[in-house]
Ligand binder design. Structure first.
Ligand SMILES: [Zn+2]
Ligand SMILES: [Zn+2]
Length: 374
C-alpha cells in the first residue's frame, strides 16, 4: 500500500520522467464502457485486480458482441449502470489466479462462460447456474465484462473451462453463450427426439445455434422461419430442411402443409417479441413443446382457448451453461462447426465499428463478429 502511494506520488511528481515506469500506466487498459442508453465508448479504464482469492484475471484474446449488449444499449436492462464494461463472452489467457484458484494458473488458455457459478449455493447444486446466488449472469451486467483487454472472473474454477491445445479460439468463443443458449433453452427444453418435426422462429445467431444443435437428435424436419432471406440461406447451409420467409409467406399454412396438418412437435422461439411467440402457439402440434429462448420486453397473449386441450408444454429458461463441456467436445471432434456463425472479424480496438456492423445486421449480413486483442 505504502509503495503504491509512493509510486502514485512519484508518477504525479515526475510525469515527464521517461526513466520512471509509472505503475498507474501499467494498470491502465482499454474497455468498451456503457454510459447510459445509446452511449458507449472505447476508453481507458483501470485494469481489474483480484478482489477475492477465488478470482482470476484474464487477458482477453478474443471476444464478441451479443444481441443482449444491444438490449443494454437500448436501455432495456436498467441494472446496467453508467461506467460498466460490457460483454459476457470470450476466451483468453490467465494473467493472475487468486490464492484459492486450483484449476488454473498463469498462462492457461481459458474459455469464459457467460454464467458465473459459485458451485455451492442451492441453485448451483441443482445445476441451475443461471440463478447462482453469488453469480449467474453478472459479466457485463452487474460487474465489468469481457469487451476489454482484461477481465476479472469471480469463482474462476467453476466459471471457466480450460481450452485444449491446438483448439480454434474463434470456434470456442461461440461456446461462451450462444451455443449453450440455443442448445439448453431451445433444443433440450423442447425435448427433440429422433424423427420429430421442429420449427425454429428466428434465424439470428441463437436460432442458428439451436438449428445446429437440434441436429444432434436427428429430427425429420427442421423448418426455419425468419423475415431475412440471407439468414434463411445460411440456415439451409446449416441443415434446415425447409425455410419460410414470414414477411411474404403464410408461415402457419406452410408449416401445416409440411406436417400433414398436424403442426410441429417442437417449436423454438428465438426472437423475443409478441408476434413471434404467438406464431409459435399456432405452430405447435398436439403433444408438442414450445421452448422460449427469446428475451421478451413486453407481455404476450397466451391462447389457452386453443391450447388448453392440446397436451402441450411451454418452457422458459436462462442458459445454465451445463452443456459447455459437452459442446466443447463436439466442436473439438468436428461434429459441430460453431465457426459457421462468424461472419465478420475486427481488432478489439475497432469495437465501435464492430458494434455498427452488428447493429446493421440485415444490411451487413452479420451473424457473429469476432474481436481479436492482438
Ligand atoms: Zn449473450
Ligand atoms: Zn451458486
Amino acid at each position: 500500500m505504502i509503495s503504491v502511494i509512493l509510486w502514485k506520488w512519484r508518477c504525479h511528481s515526475y510525469p515527464d520522467n521517461p526513466e520512471l515506469i509509472c505503475p498507474k500506466q501499467i494498470r491502465i487498459m482499454k474497455a468498451l464502457v456503457y454510459h447510459g442508453p445509446g452511449k458507449k465508448s472505447w476508453e481507458e479504464k483501470e485494469k481489474p485486480v483480484i478482489q477475492k482469492a477465488t478470482d482470476a484475471i484474464v487477458r482477453i484474446t478474443k471476444t464478441t458482441i451479443c444481441g443482449t449488449d444491444l438490449h443494454i444499449l437500448k436501455g432495456d436492462v436498467p441494472e446496467v449502470t453508467d461506467g460498466r464494461t460490457l460483454g459476457h463472452e470470450g476466451v483468453g489467457i490467465i494473467e493472475e489466479a487468486g490464492e484459492f484458484v486450483t484449476k488454473f494458473k498463469k498462462g492457461d488458455h481459458v474459455l469464459i462462460s457467460c454464467i458465473t457459478s459459485c458451485a455451492v449455493c442451492d441453485y448451483c447444486r441443482k445445476g441451475m447456474y443461471s440463478h447462482c446466488e453469488n453469480g449467474g449472469w453478472i459479466l457485463g451486467h452487474l460487474i465489468d465484462g469481457t469487451q476489454a483487454e482484461y477481465v476479472r472472473i469471480p469463482y474462476a474454477d467453476t466459471s471457466m473451462y480450460k481450452i485444449p491445445e491446438n483448439s480454434d479460439e474463434e470456434a470456442l468463443v461461440m461456446l461462451s453463450d450462444i451455443l449453450p443458449t440455443g442448445y439448453e433453452c431451445g433444443v433440450l427444453n423442447s425435448q427433440i427426439s429422433p424423427g420429430d418435426t421442429v420449427a425454429i422462429v428466428g434465424a439470428g445467431p441463437v436460432g442458428l445455434a439451436a438449428l445446429l444443435t437440434a441436429q444432434f437428435y436427428s429430427p425429420s424436419l427442421v423448418i426455419m422461419i425468419d423475415p431475412d432471406d440471407n439468414r434463411l440461406a445460411v440456415a439451409r447451409k446449416m441443415g434446415a430442411t425447409h425455410t419460410i420467409n414470414n414477411r411474404n409467406e403464410m408461415a402457419v399454412e406452410k408449416v401445416f402443409k409440411l406436417t400433414d396438418n398436424k403442426g410441429v412437435d417442437a417449436v423454438i422461439e428465438a426472437v423475443g417479441i409478441p408476434a413471434t411467440f404467438e406464431l409459435c402457439q399456432s405452430l405447435v402440434a398436439p403433444g408438442g413443446r414450445i421452448a422460449n429462448v427469446g428475451v421478451h420486453g413486453k407481455s404476450v397473449e397466451l391462447h389457452l382457448e386453443t391450447l388448453w386441450a392440446k397436451n402441450i408444454a411451454i418452457t422458459t429458461r436462462l442458459v445454465d451453461t451445463i452443456s459447455t463441456s459437452m459442446l466443447m467436445k463436439t466442436v473439438q471432434s468436428g461434429k459441430l462447426n460453431s465457426k459457421q456463425l462468424i461472419t465478420h472479424r475486427f481488432k478489439l480496438s475497432e469495437i465501435i465499428r464492430a458494434y455498427d456492423c452488428f447493429e446493421q445486421a440485415a444490411k451487413e449480413k452479420t451473424l457473429k463478429v469476432i474481436l481479436s486483442n492482438d
